[in-house]
Design a protein around this ligand. Structure first.
Ligand SMILES: [Zn+2]
Length: 168
């Protein structure tokens, strides 16, 4: 992948912010709260205030605008979070209960950082050639989701864990 110039990256980041806001507005009216079983899994780890905000929509596939296709390959995305609105593909169901937790970490990141800062961090990591697992925001979601999946009976305050790590 050819790396974008600084000027090009600034334009792409601005467009990504717009895209995320538009997608959130577009999908939110057709989305649903977490199901009762999903809530039961998440409740010990998250405050009701954040879980109450989140809406989920199941879609057949996740579409990425052509200008971002060189950074994000559509076929590999099983779920995506637009601020407080989560899209899940059928593959997310196969992945099981860890997906709602993972996406809730991203909602927390959006809330703590704001859309612009989230996009700056995520986008700069993509543009610099970091892999999915190396991307700091994904690394955090993966690590916390592993901590949850390994010990679902041992709650921790996931929001505080996200906040503390982001503020370091
Ligand atoms: Zn993720």
């Amino acid at each position: 992948m050819e790396k974008p110039s600084d000027a090009e990256l600034e334009i792409l980041l601005g467009r990504a912010v717009d895209w995320i806001k538009e997608q959130r507005t577009h999908h939110r009216p057709s989305s649903r709260p977490f199901r009762t079983l999903e809530r039961q899994e998440l409740d010990p780890f998250w405050e009701a205030t954040i879980l109450d905000e989140i809406r989920v929509r199941e879609v057949r596939r996740i579409e990425v605008p052509p200008e971002f296709a060189r950074f994000l390959s559509e076929g590999l995305i099983i779920g995506i979070t637009f601020i407080d609105t989560v899209l899940l593909t059928p593959f997310a169901r196969v992945m099981g209960k860890s997906v709602p937790f993972h996406e809730t970490v991203h909602v927390a990141q959006f809330e703590i950082l704001g859309v612009e800062q989230f996009v700056a961090s995520y986008g700069r990591s993509l543009a610099s050639g970091l892999t999915y697992e190396q991307n700091p925001l994904e690394r955090q979601a993966l690590d916390l989701t592993t901590r949850y999946s390994n010990n679902p009976g041992t709650p921790f305050n996931a929001y505080e864990a996200v906040k503390t790590a982001l503020e370091r």
